[in-house]
Write a protein that binds this ligand. Structure first.
Ligand code: NAD
Length: 498
């Protein structure tokens, strides 16, 4: 059984806290590795190392910093297949889906290679008599990122690529459920030319997170995970005077209008609801058909599709979805299904008893489909994060829109329709951060920003796109005048340009 620990100062180091966590093979249910859980002292070692490395890294010009990212793209590209297999073996998502996880991370790295352009400041010649005005973006120093289990390649890259491109040193605290890929990515960054200490990885749990939050040398914290922890991290980081962006849970709705292409809508719901076993923050977990006819048309199509989902081993290229990440998470999802039944929702497809032949201890379950879910039910209000889709029937478009807007989470939402006016109205009025029009998972590309509203995000700058360059830099503005220009003598009034 392998032992996983930390990556500090350019090399893998063993853990010495005496505490470890289990990393499972979700297909067999067996413990595949043990991961060290960092103590405060080990986190401090990582911060010291980052603090030592950061000034020299910041003084490397942006073009050379970008070249490290370009080399990293090449190295990951070369190893992508092995990384996808490693990722899927700890997470449980199919290898094909794991390739997408890596690819969406690399696209942000590619965007961040534009750092020389993105870090340009502004300049105003002759803003006043003999006065020029300019601004620059400077790194914060040491930044830290805490990431969830569900995208162990993409989300770490979304954080460390912009942080490092901006001249910061970065400490990553990945999910302790699937730590192998983040560790390997850090090694590849070193191989690509990043100096030791500029990217450290500490594995751990709450103790490591608290150590980062309490460390005065950590100037910014990025977090992605459940909302309760996102809020906690945000509050504690802000109270300590740090910059923070914390992204949380989701309950993404897909509104299906009566004029929608129903076959297309059913395809979209199957992929977006059950892909990656529903363990995506942009998964669709609520389908909202508008009107009885749309509800019937949709359910007629969905039921046989959910019943015939191909649940398989992560390495099975023909599988639609693999196992869930851990037994604890599988039990939690099944408990939600039982709760839905108790609450009075109609369970039209029940996948709880699915067993994978030969892998009876694996964390598999089949797809579940609820009809007649109401907004008061907990299975509607709370995030389940499993292969469970709820149908909430809306009488009309306004009711459907209210459901989306009034839900406490506001990550993404989609509308399926042929009516441009309805789509436009939905895009404008729905109270969520990301909208899809006939697109079920509207995850924006790297050069736009990603982020939800309401309790899906705490903080005011999104991930990737230009927001990432704002988050990982502070702005300095210089007002400059050189001797030899206009001499005004002492002035005791507020300077103006009038
Ligand atoms: P999680 O909140 O359990 O863990 C996230 C991170 O927080 C991990 O690194 C974990 O070690 C750490 N952590 C856990 N408990 C902690 C505690 N008490 N104190 C401090 N740190 C703690 O989330 P998860 O189960 O790994 O990931 C799934 C969640 O992430 C879902 O809610 C999903 O919607 C969300 N998510 C959101 C986005 C987004 O962009 N909004 C993207 C991906 C996932």
């Amino acid at each position: 059984m392998s032992s996983l620990a930390h990556f500090i100062d350019g090399r893998r180091v063993a853990g010495n806290s005496g505490r470890v966590g289990d990393v499972f093979d979700p297909a067999t249910g067996a413990v595949a590795a043990r991961v060290a859980l960092a103590s405060r002292t080990e986190v401090r070692d990582a911060v010291e190392s980052a603090k030592r490395a950061q000034p020299a890294w910041a003084s490397v010009n942006p073009q050379r910093r970008a070249r490290v990212l370009i080399k990293f793209l090449e190295l990951v590209g070369r190893e992508q297949e092995q990384l996808a297999e490693l990722l899927s073996s700890e997470h449980g998502k199919t290898v094909a889906d794991a390739r997408g996880d890596i690819q969406r991370g690399l696209e942000v790295v590619e965007f961040c290679a534009g750092a020389p352009h993105l870090l340009k400041g502004g300049y105003t010649d002759a803003a006043g008599p003999g006065i020029d005005l300019y601004s620059m973006r400077q790194p914060l120093g040491v930044a830290a990122g805490i990431t969830p289990f569900n995208f162990p390649a993409m989300i770490p890259m979304w954080m460390f690529a912009p942080a490092i491109a901006c001249g910061n040193a970065f400490i990553l605290k990945p999910s302790e459920r699937d730590p192998s890929v983040p560790l390997r990515l850090a090694e590849l960054m070193m191989e690509a030319g990043l100096p030791a200490g500029a990217l450290n990885v500490v594995n751990g749990d709450r103790e490591a997170v608290d150590a980062l939050l309490d460390d005065a040398d950590v100037k910014a914290v990025a977090f992605v995970g459940s909302s309760q922890i996102a809020e906690y991290v945000y509050a504690r980081a802000c109270a300590a005077g740090k910059r923070a962006q914390c992204f949380g849970a989701a309950k993404n709705h897909m509104v299906v209008m009566p004029d929608a292409d129903m076959d297309g809508a059913a395809d979209a719901l199957i992929g977006a609801g059950y892909g990656s076993a529903g363990e995506r923050c942009m998964a669709i977990s609520v389908a909202v058909p508008v009107g009885e006819e749309a509800a019937q048309a949709l359910l007629t199509r969905l039921v046989p599709r959910v019943e015939s989902l191909k649940i398989g081993l992560p390495a099975d290229a023909s599988a639609d979805l693999g196992p869930l990440v851990t037994k604890a998470h599988l039990d939690r999802v099944k408990d939600y299904v039982a709760l839905g039944v108790d609450e009075g929702a109609k369970l039209v497809v029940d996948g709880r008893d699915f067993k994978m032949q030969g892998y009876e201890d694996g964390f598999f379950m089949g797809g579940c489909l609820f009809d007649e879910v109401t907004p008061r039910m907990r299975i509607y209000r709370e995030e389940i994060f499993g292969p469970v889709l709820s149908v909430v029937r809306a009488r009309n478009y306004e009711d459907a829109l209210s459901l989306v807007s009034e839900h406490e989470y506001g990550n993404g939402a989609a509308i399926f329709t042929r009516d441009g006016g309805a789509a436009r109205d939905f895009a404008s009025r729905a109270q969520v951060g990301m909208i899809g029009v006939n697109v079920p998972i509207p995850t924006p590309l790297a050069y736009y920003t990603f982020g939800g509203w309401k309790r899906s995000a705490f903080g005011d700058l999104n991930q990737h796109g230009e927001d990432a360059f704002r988050f990982y830099t502070k702005t300095k503005t210089v007002t400059s005048r050189w001797p030899g220009g206009v001499r005004e003598g002492a002035s005791f009034v507020m300077p103006t340009m009038s």
